[in-house]
Design a protein. Structure first.
Length: 307
């Protein structure tokens, strides 16, 4: 098959998965009309209709679905092989795409990857902010970040941060004239800043633990975000309680801009872990990223041991 036909097959796979010419064109880097013309040409050469087009969506025909199931895995194998051939170069280069949420990027990824980028100018890192449990293979990411090491069996997880403590606080402005919550359930009587989970679409229920007790509370309020930084800012602006990592909250608590509550209920979660596909060979650029992010516990000195 001609080279341009292979490109058309790759484009067809993207269209079929995205179910949209507009989204697929943006991914591939073509205009919508050019992509549509390429698909019509592919259908003409094969002599069969692959896509059903409506004004709102695109779906595969029976023949299109069969082609997608057959071609997509083989194209992935070709891309992986080409990636391994590129990885044989002495000089690490290429793009590493990582999906994570903003707190993980700001605290665990960026501080360690910034020096790496300066050291290796031919490496490019693309960050995508997402609070969902992203399927990195389907979304064509090289790696993702999530709390804990529970991953699919075909993935590898590497710890990149220490354990993380969550916290709850509100501004003095919000708490003025109000009774502070004494139990997690008391938060249902207050305004709270919610987090929307992009994967499932529902609101995150706040987790708490005390001794052997653990509860989760569904809170309500005027604001919903999918960004930790914006949730914190809403609390600072007097919109209610926020539930964010303690390292973000601490400077504002120390300065008196936020007042902590329920401190004996604050839970500790396993640290951030980088996960990536389990392959025999990893591209040098990704290998450098993994090694740069790998968490190493601080060494105990004689002074700290005595303490």
């Amino acid at each position: 098959m001609a080279k341009e036909n292979l490109n058309d097959l790759q484009a067809f796979v993207v269209v079929a998965r995205e179910r949209s010419f507009t989204r697929a064109a943006a991914q591939i880097g073509l205009s919508r009309s050019a992509l549509s013309h390429a698909m019509l040409g592919l259908e003409a050469r094969l002599g069969v209709r692959l896509l059903t087009r409506t004004t709102r969506s695109v779906s595969t025909t029976e023949a299109g679905a069969r082609l997608l199931d057959t071609v997509a895995p083989r194209l992935q194998e070709i891309e992986a092989e080409l990636g391994q051939l590129s990885a044989m170069r002495d000089k690490p280069a290429g793009t590493v795409r990582i999906t994570a949420h903003d707190h993980a990027i700001g605290t665990a990824l960026w501080p360690r990857l910034m020096p790496l980028l300066k050291q290796y100018p031919d490496i490019q890192i693309e960050f995508s902010v997402d609070y969902g449990f992203t399927d990195i293979a389907a979304q064509r990411f090289d790696a993702g970040v999530r709390v804990g090491d529970r991953i699919d069996k075909d993935m590898v997880a590497v710890r990149i941060s220490p354990d993380m403590r969550m916290s709850v606080a509100a501004s003095p402005e919000y708490l003025a004239g109000k009774t502070s919550p004494k139990t997690p359930q008391d938060l249902t009587e207050h305004r709270c800043v919610n987090l929307r989970l992009s994967t499932r679409g529902n609101l995150y229920a706040w987790d708490f633990e005390k001794g052997r007790k653990s509860v989760n509370v569904k809170v309500d309020g005027q604001t919903i975000f999918n960004s930790t930084a914006l949730m914190l800012q809403a609390a600072l602006d007097g919109l209610g309680f926020a539930y964010v990592p303690y390292d973000l909250m601490k400077p504002h608590i120390d300065a008196g801009r936020l007042i902590p509550v329920l401190e004996d209920w604050w839970p500790t979660f396993p640290g951030y872990h980088l996960y990536y596909a389990n392959r025999r060979q990893i591209a040098p650029a990704l290998a450098l990223v993994i090694e740069a992010l790998r968490y190493r516990k601080p060494e105990r000195t004689a002074f700290t041991a005595k303490r």
